[in-house]
Design a protein around this ligand. Sequence first.
Ligand SMILES: *Cc1c(COP(=O)(O)O)cnc(C)c1O
Length: 236
Amino acid sequence: MGSIAENLESVQARVAAACARAGRAPDAVRLLAVSKTYGPDAVRAAAAAGQRLFGENRVQEAAAKIPECPGNLEWHLIGHLQSNKAALAARLFDWVHSADSAKLLEALDRHAAEAGRSLRALVQVNVSGERSKSGLAPAAVPEVLALAHRLRNVQIVGLMTIPPLAEDPETARPCFRKLRELRGEWAAATGLELPELSMGMTHDLDVAIEEGATFVRVGTGIFGARARPAEGAEEA
Ligand SMILES: *Cc1c(COP(=O)(O)O)cnc(C)c1O
């Protein structure tokens, strides 16, 4: 691993190469720097290298970190959120990638209104039906999307998924492809646009971009290996 600036540059090069392979415009994919477990110094170093979008998976950790970071950054929540932390999340974050219930979206909408803010949300889908991964089963998603027209301060703009962990990034391809296909079905059924697909992390972002990702969430590839394992880190 090089410096944060060097790592960012090589991740950006991977994103650009994957876009080129897929015949997509280089700016069709936004890079989210996942700064969980890393402190404000790491965020500042990435920001100094031009990174603007950051992802955190725990509300409490973000609440301590964000005030110590430059003010011109955009913060994305990517970890499971409990409704009792929705008020804090609605003040801290600009985007929530991990919306997984109607109740949570309603709570975010109410708290965003109270805070005079507007949020964008992605519905997290458990495409693979794998064990304990958070996210909604595909069959439960249309009902949650149907809520969109009742929300005022939360705009549902797409879908997010985390594929099962696997050594070979190609293993994740069917899962990414399925999310894109489901997006097509659900967009047609609900009339929502759902332009955003948040999928792909350090080891499988190339495949995710080939399958239509508009956000890739990259931690290790930018900041280095974490002391805390990526998996349990899904909790908010
Ligand atoms: C930690 C995390 C990432 C980043 O994972 P890396 O393998 O470090 O790139 C992406 N998405 C979610 C939901 C995460 O919790």
